[in-house]
Design a binder for this molecule. Structure first.
Ligand SMILES: O=C(O)C[C@H](O)C(=O)O
Ligand code: SF4
Length: 514
């Protein structure tokens, strides 16, 4: 098995940096369907550009390289202990090479292990089979979309949809609701895997297993096939759109599996995967561990590069969008001029801060003067160059709503004028933006290569003890574009889309499957 570690390493690198063809096809179709020039179409344009950049740079598509989860099938007699060791070594190596972000954190102390190894990480499931080859599949599912997974216990009452009973129609309602509740926070347009039945644990496992089916796979169970078709068609009528900005493309794939349950339990579990649907597989020689075949890589690679017509359509609309260039630090006056829908181009400094920093700043001083500064909700992938200087390898936004309890207070306490993140924030922050004179800017979730390209220099880092993703990085940027989605006049695009999508959800209240 001398090739095993290397083969697994290749699988990890390829999964993190190169989206499979079925996913590429789904994203391409969504982009073609979206009306050229709308906010949704522009966002999808950034996403496709990012996918191609990651492929070219051999760098992570998204900075959150997720919870590495391996599904391994082995012939009888293959040493699983040795395989596990090779997987661990390959994971540590890929982390060192900045193909994975160090993502394994002690749950009690918050300490990052630094190499993605630790209690429970990575996840590896082995199964024996009768074939004489090894089949290894890997999914890298990020934390933001993982947080949007949801489990229902039927019967239940659902917002907008009323009672969901213990039947196919109740299941239909749960799945429609799962898409609504995710809004844009899991980096829509997304893909969902659904598990019906089982106990709470196996139901979720079944949902995740569905994510290993290809997007164009047709369910052999006719009833489930109809359900998949129904949800795919109708969830896209909710108008949530890419990143929750509104639009046609909300859901790109849905796969449903069912297993037996206990008479007393009836679970429906939904695993939500962002557009950065990173899963690949390899077939390995059982003696050498060498790669014999790649899975999910049918035919020629689907090209996502922007066409000339798309460039022209974008340019036309960009003329209509108000674009404001901000040189950070910024003043209250500049911020109060911004309105929802404006595109802001940032030059100058921004400072990363996410969960640990926000918690810390509540009762500590800031490591630097944050007056007039911009905070970026981002946990980047970083590496040191030959001269021992930090460089940014991937740096997209993280889900901002986690900072909702702190954000308003922190902006006021330190004089911060703008925060950049994704998925939007709630009423507490919106109120603070109005009182204090602040703005919330939405960047395109997952577009980690696209934003890393705007970062010209890493000026320094504070609180590195929190680990690479949670430290405060001081970044000098040029041409960093984001959209105003919450302004200082009480407007929130997120609140609007939530409200209108809930109204649309209610249109699916009547029974469909009897
Ligand atoms: O942890 C991150 O960088 C992002 C996370 O996947 C998120 O979607 O919020
Ligand atoms: S930031 Fe978005 S694209 Fe990246 S892992 Fe999180 S949900 Fe997925």
């Amino acid at each position: 098995m001398e090739k095993l570690q290397d083969s697994i390493y290749q699988l990890i690198v390829e999964t993190s940096t190169n989206l499979p063809n079925d996913v590429r096809r789904a994203i391409k179709a969504a982009k073609e369907k979206e009306n050229a020039g709308t906010r949704a179409a522009l966002s999808l344009g950034t996403i496709t550009e990012n996918i191609e950049m990651a492929d070219e740079n051999i760098s992570p598509i998204c900075q959150d390289t997720g919870m590495p989860t391996f599904e391994v099938k082995v012939p009888v007699g293959v040493n699983q202990i040795k395989m596990k060791k090779a997987i661990h070594e390959a994971i540590a190596r890929a982390t060192k090479d900045a193909k994975l972000r160090p993502n394994s954190v002690d749950s009690l102390t918050g300490k990052n292990t630094g190499d993605n190894l630790g209690e429970g990480t990575p996840v590896i499931h082995f199964e024996q089979w009768e074939k004489d080859v090894i089949d290894v599949r890997l999914i890298l599912k990020g934390g933001g979309c993982e947080n949007k997974n949801i489990q229902y216990s039927l019967p239940t009452e659902l917002e907008g949809l009323g009672r969901a009973g213990r039947d196919l129609d109740g299941i239909r309602k749960c799945i429609m609701h799962s898409v609504y509740q995710a809004q844009g926070q899991g980096c829509s347009a997304g893909f969902i895997g659904v598990g019906i039945g089982g106990d709470r644990t196996t139901s979720y496992s079944l949902a995740k297993e569905q994510l290993f089916r290809t997007v164009d796979d047709v369910n052999p169970n006719l009833e489930l096939q109809k359900l998949e078709d129904y949800v795919l068609e109708n969830a896209n009528k909710l108008g949530i759109g890419t990143m929750g900005f509104g639009g046609e493309a909300t859901l790109l794939g849905v796969k449903v599996g069912a297993m037996n349950r206990l008479p007393a339990s009836f679970f429906v579990s939904v695993a939500y995967n962002c557009w950065a649907y990173r899963r690949l597989g390899v077939v390995l020689d059982q003696e050498t561990g060498e790669i014999q075949e790649w899975l999910y890589k049918d035919g020629e690679k689907v090209d996502l590069n922007t066409t000339n017509e798309e460039v022209a359509a974008t340019a036309e609309v960009q003329d209509e969008v108000r674009e404001v260039v901000l040189q950070a630090p910024v003043t209250e006056e500049q911020i109060r001029e911004l309105k929802v829908g404006d595109v802001v181009i940032i030059n100058g400094m921004m400072h990363t801060g996410r969960d640990a920093i926000h918690h810390h700043l509540m009762d500590h001083d800031a490591p630097i003067d944050l007056n007039g500064q911009i905070i970026y909700h981002c946990g980047p992938v970083m590496a040191k160059d030959a001269d021992d200087n930090w460089t940014v390898k991937a740096a997209g936004p993280t889900t901002s709503i986690r900072e909702e309890p702190y954000q308003g207070d922190i902006m006021k306490k330190f004089g911060i004028r703008a925060v950049i993140g994704k998925g939007g924030m709630g009423p507490k922050t919106l109120k603070a933006l109005e009182e204090h004179g602040g703005v919330y800017l939405n960047a395109i979730g997952g577009a980690a290569q696209y934003y890393a390209d705007c970062i010209k220099e890493v000026k320094g880092v504070d609180l590195i003890d929190f680990g690479i993703p949670e430290a405060m990085w001081h970044l000098e940027v040029e041409g960093f574009a984001a959209i105003v989605t919450m302004d200082s006049h009480g407007n929130s695009l997120h609140a609007d889309v939530d409200k209108s999508s809930l109204e649309k959800l209610a249109q699916f209240k009547e029974p469909v499957f009897k």
